[in-house]
Design a protein around this ligand. Structure first.
Ligand code: MOS
Length: 745
């Protein structure tokens, strides 16, 4: 939907990924692929109890095994200086203070790393790891969420900070839904979902000097990781270098630092050699976080003509015993609909398991499952079309704070999606559409996520060969960050994208936040835009009088020249400008940050997902036969990469709805789903044709590019869309994910 004037712009194009060729040819280097002289390999040994103490460790056989260089345990580990400060037995620390690996004999969860075997080869390390024998004094453990959910507590952060979003919240009357003529009360639950990006979590730790650490690490935050390890080891930040040039998928598990990373750093310190540690697929299920098991209860009340009177939404999510993890499970309930009465209660439950972590659409995807299922249930009670019910409660201001939205085009999303899925085929009466042995149904679910632009720096350098290199310490976990930054710079500089390179994933670059919370384009993209403007400003100064009064948008760098878009005759070669600059590269670094718009506006991306499902009448098998995902995410910088993000989110949502769920044997506090055979992520055969539609209207309040963020809304609302479609197909309301065939029999 570009107008004529913008025809030559690169933003909005379906540009191919700048690193696509590197990735598909294997030339892209991931964290475990760096070759360093003297590199050795680690393998972790995990505990076999969920709670207690290690009473003895027999490492002799492992130490004698071929190629073994060291077996590191709490008995011989070099002390991590930062660990001492983290000990506060009275108060579990908030997220960001991970398990203190090899610190003492205590065991907090099953498969907690208790030893690291380092050997010359990976095979030698893995073999010897099996020879380490531990004995324990086990304490009684609590891992069963259902048996313990009444023990949920208000997070410490919320207790300390009355303004915390996790605190108890009442708008209007507490539990006001109870006064409504039409009422619904229902409980929703999903088991833990495990992070399974293609690339395994991996690190190479290398002490280049006793006080200088370099890590090649699979993370979403190079600067955050730098800060965390600098603090752990009592080093100035600049002494720690973090490299994550390529990341093979990460959906939140790279937003935290995990015990295996520190284990590798400890080993590298002890041996004074670079140590590579790649988790096994099984360890991905126990050592690097997951979407936490969550129980929710909704009370919803409405008038007979479909106006919401109240919503009460309670939730209990699990966390570990040693670290408090929280997420925004209840946020969508506070702001999505015009309900005069809203109450939310958020609790967490500490169990003897490892700490959860954000997983795509963290919290919001969980909360939306309950809220958007309940909206569908209420629409059914009212005998209203679920889209009509949502429209009757649509709001043009944020009811949480009465601020106007910066932009909201959710109605447009409804229309786009309804047309494409064929919503008019949906029958009001469940179970009334049938195609042979298959019941057919349609459902929808809405998603939202804050447009949380942050602060970032970017550097732009005009080099001698006339190309521009940009740098910022963000990462690219798969969405195509490098590609869209080049597009943004191409338009800002008036240069072809081939002449621009964007470098990321290196903590020595200008600072940027973690790649998380759907905020990379609005945050780092804005910094890239400003860096390009600053670079042009510097060239303008060097260009002298002819350019003195030109506006930045009139200056272009095409064809190796600085010229005016409005008057191509005014030009000077970039080579000449470089001479003016004493033959130096022209080099600028800027910081871009949001203003005070958050005080005036409420800023969110919105999505709606439509699903068509087929449920087999005899077997309960569910096939998602069609999906349409529509998003109001502001400007779409690249329709190809953004579309791919939406498709990926929808597939993740199919997993959440139908196949993914961890199963634990509570006798041992150990997961039995520990590989991709037992834990099912959707494969191609599970994913139908997924259509994507963007409203593609800019939001210049959020940032100068008009972008709002896509990553999270791609999954938020998908699972309830599928659950609602299953209800429409069969009349069976399943409130427990994943919806496996047994639940439909
Ligand atoms: Mo996302 S859960 O912020 O990687």
């Amino acid at each position: 939907m570009k107008d004529q004037q913008l025809q030559d712009k690169v933003v909005g194009d379906r540009m191919n990924r700048v690193d696509g060729r590197l990735k598909v040819t294997g030339a892209a280097k991931y964290s475990a692929e760096y070759e360093l002289p003297g590199l050795v390999h680690g393998a972790l040994v995990g505990s076999t109890i969920a709670k207690g103490r290690i009473t003895s460790l027999d490492t002799k056989a492992a130490e004698r095994a071929p190629g073994v260089l060291a077996v590191i345990t709490h008995l011989n580990s070099p002390k991590v200086p930062g660990f001492a400060a983290k000990s506060n037995p009275d108060e579990p620390p908030a997220i960001g203070q991970p398990l203190r690996v090899f610190h003492d004999e205590k065991v907090y969860f099953n498969d907690q790393p208790i030893a690291l075997v380092v050997a010359n080869t990976l095979e030698q390390a893995r073999y010897a790891a099996r020879l380490v024998k531990a004995q324990y004094a086990a304490d009684e453990h609590r891992t069963d969420f259902e048996a313990n959910k009444q023990r949920g507590f208000l997070p410490t952060q919320a207790k300390r900070n009355p303004k915390s979003a996790q605190n108890d919240y009442d708008r209007g009357q507490k539990n006001g839904y109870q006064t409504a003529p039409v009422k619904l009360e229902a409980e929703y639950v999903h088991t833990s979902e495990m992070h399974n990006p293609m690339e395994l979590q991996s690190i190479i730790a290398h002490w280049e000097a006793p006080d200088r650490l370099t890590v090649y690490d699979k993370v979403q935050a190079v600067k955050g990781t730098q800060r965390a390890f600098a603090k752990d080891w009592g080093l100035p930040e600049e002494n720690v270098k973090v490299i994550a040039t390529f990341v093979g998928g990460a959906f939140g598990n790279g937003l935290h630092n995990w015990p295996h990373e520190t284990a590798a750093i400890i080993a590298a310190k002890k041996l004074n050699r670079p140590v590579k540690l790649v988790l096994t697929r099984e360890q991905m299920f126990t050592m690097v976080g997951y979407r936490p098991y969550t129980w929710q209860r909704i009370g919803m009340g409405a008038t007979k003509d479909g106006k919401l009177v109240g919503i009460t939404h309670e939730s209990v999510g699990q966390t570990s015993s040693y670290e408090e993890f929280t997420e925004s499970t209840l946020q969508q309930t506070r702001m999505m609909y015009t309900s005069p009465n809203v109450s939310t209660r958020y609790r967490i439950l500490g169990l003897d398991i490892s700490t959860p972590i954000w997983m795509r659409g963290p919290g919001e995807a969980t909360g939306a499952f309950a809220l958007e299922s309940a909206m569908d249930e209420m629409a059914h009670l009212l005998n209203l079309d679920p889209m009509e019910f949502r429209l009757r409660n649509y709001t043009d201001v944020d009811p949480d704070n009465n601020k106007p939205w910066s932009t909201k085009f959710l109605k447009e999303c409804y229309q786009l999606g309804a047309e494409r899925i064929g919503w008019n085929k949906r029958q009001m009466k469940p179970g009334s559409l049938r195609d042979g042995d298959w019941f057919v149904g349609y459902g929808m679910g809405v998603g939202t996520f804050g447009a949380n632009r942050g602060t970032a720096k970017a550097r732009a350098v005009l080099q001698a060969d006339g190309t521009v290199v940009l740098q910022s310490a963000t990462t690219d976990i798969g969405p195509g960050t490098g590609t869209v930054m080049v597009q943004i710079a191409a338009d800002a500089l008036g240069m072809p994208p081939e002449k621009i390179r964007f470098e990321l994933g290196n903590s020595t670059f200008p600072t940027a936040p973690s790649q998380g919370g759907s905020a990379t384009v609005n945050t780092v993209g804005s910094a890239v835009l400003e860096a390009c403007t600053a670079l042009k400003g510097k060239l303008q100064q060097l260009g002298g009088a002819a350019f003195a009064s030109a506006k930045p948008e009139d200056l272009t760098l095409a064809g190796g020249q600085l010229s005016l878009a409005s008057n191509a005759g005014t030009k000077v070669s970039l080579a000449d400008l470089r001479k003016q600059n004493n033959g130096q590269d022209i080099d600028v670094t800027v910081e871009a940050k949001p203003g005070n718009e958050r005080q005036k506006y409420s800023m969110y991306s919105f999505s709606v997902h439509f699903a068509e499902v087929r449920v087999h009448a005899m077997t309960g098998e569910v096939r998602v036969s069609k999906m349409v995902s529509c998003a109001d995410a502001g400007t779409i910088v690249n329709h190809k990469t953004a579309g791919s993000q939406m498709i990926g989110g929808a597939v993740g949502g199919i997993g959440m709805a139908l196949t993914e769920g961890a199963v634990m044997d509570h006798r041992f506090g150990r997961y039995v789903t520990k590989d991709l055979a037992d834990y099912h992520v959707p494969v191609h055969a599970d994913a139908p044709a997924i259509e994507v539609a963007f409203v593609d209207k800019p939001d210049f309040i959020v940032d100068p590019l008009g972008t709002k963020g896509i990553g999270e809304i791609a999954i938020i609302g998908v699972a309830p869309a599928i659950a609602n479609a299953i209800f429409n197909a069969t009349g069976k309301r399943i409130r427990e994910l994943p919806i496996t065939p047994d639940k439909l029999m």
